[in-house]
Design a protein around this ligand. Structure first.
Ligand code: NAD
Length: 305
């Protein structure tokens, strides 16, 4: 049992806190939006009036925030975590589980270490379903010592906890995974767009490709063509799931990172453009597999230059 300060109780953070409480930890929770705290307080968390209060007595601090700017503000701002802990002996381990840019991840870790605090970047895969079930995958960047310290707490929220390297390596693996997923989902959506225009029954496309060399998670488990995989968002009017807006955010992170190290990600760049257009067409809140529906409204010249 540990004392944990948790900041950012949105769609992901809230169920993660419930799993920490179920494991017997004491959680002091802070969110700018008090309504976000309701489920956690009902589950036994203590409402903290400020970041400083949430972390004051903590052995571990977890942040689950939208983007790099929020993590920088919460970790390194004047009212942030590091200032609140400055000078404290035996400070808590700080773990950021948000999906953010590698540069911000490394910057906040350095700021923590400069203040004598251990830190990890520990983004997750598995979505809200995985957060509720406690089956998230954590990709963790940081020193081996910090990883060993944080692992038991992460294991109370997830099933697979992988140390991927030094600071920033968790975020690096996360954006590689999501770039690959966006490319494979786009490929599957294009396969159905082509096959259907050639007059083939989409069920037949699925029956063949799902047992052939084109099979992949985006097709077999999460098919973007409606009415084939009945549990998939496509069969429920593309209710998210993982929104097109969040996928676009992660694709942009992948392309910024690729530019920073001169990595050749042509398909990642193409997927970013297509997801940008899907979001611009009003589909941002739908599941990212909605790229199939957007493609069904395009002609060849609309997407191939
Ligand atoms: P969300 O928007 O539902 O929750 C974010 C929470 O942070 C909100 O409650 C907001 O009020 C709070 N917040 C923002 N700024 C704050 C501040 N300065 N101080 C305190 N609280 C603040 O987002 P989410 O869906 O929970 O996602 C969180 C992170 O996890 C994102 O980086 C996202 O990319 C990543 N992620 C999400 C999913 C998913 O399926 N939703 C899956 C994997 C990873």
């Amino acid at each position: 049992m540990a004392r944990i300060g948790f900041i950012g109780l949105g769609n992901m953070g809230s169920p993660m806190v419930l799993n920490l409480l179920k494991a017997g930890h004491v959680v002091r929770a802070f969110d700018l939006n008090p309504a976000a705290l309701e489920a956690s307080i009902a589950g036994g968390a203590v409402q903290a009036p400020s970041i400083a209060d949430a972390v004051a007595d903590a052995e571990f601090v977890v942040t689950m925030l939208p983007a790099g700017e929020h993590v920088r503000a919460v970790w390194t701002g004047a009212d942030g975590i590091i200032e609140a802990l400055r000078g404290r002996n035996q400070g808590p381990l700080l773990m950021d589980c948000s999906t953010i840019d590698v540069t911000s991840a490394r910057a906040v870790t350095k700021a923590a270490e400069d203040a004598g605090l251990d830190a990890l970047d520990a983004p997750v895969s598995g979505g809200v379903g995985g957060a509720v079930a406690g089956t998230l995958t954590f990709m963790v960047g940081g020193t081996p010592e910090a990883f060993a310290r944080g692992r038991p707490v992460l294991a109370d929220m997830g099933k697979s906890i992988v140390h991927t390297g030094a600071a920033g390596a968790g975020q690096a693996v996360k954006i590689c995974n999501n770039m690959i997923l966006a490319i494979s989902m786009t490929g599957v959506a294009e396969g159905f767009a082509l096959g259907v225009k050639l007059g083939v029954d989409p069920q037949k496309i699925y029956d063949v490709v799902s047992v052939s060399t084109g099979r992949c998670w985006a097709l077999n488990d999460y098919c973007p063509e409606p009415g084939i995989v009945l549990g998939a968002p496509s069969s429920k009017d593309y209710v998210a799931g993982f929104t097109a807006a969040l996928m676009l955010k992660d694709l942009k992170l992948s392309q910024d990172a690729a530019a920073s190290v001169d990595a050749p990600t042509g398909l990642g760049a193409a997927a970013t453009k297509l997801f940008q257009r899907t979001v611009d067409a009003g589909e941002s809140a739908k599941d990212f597999s909605v790229i199939r529906r957007w493609l069904s409204k395009q002609g060849r010249k609309d997407v191939v230059s």
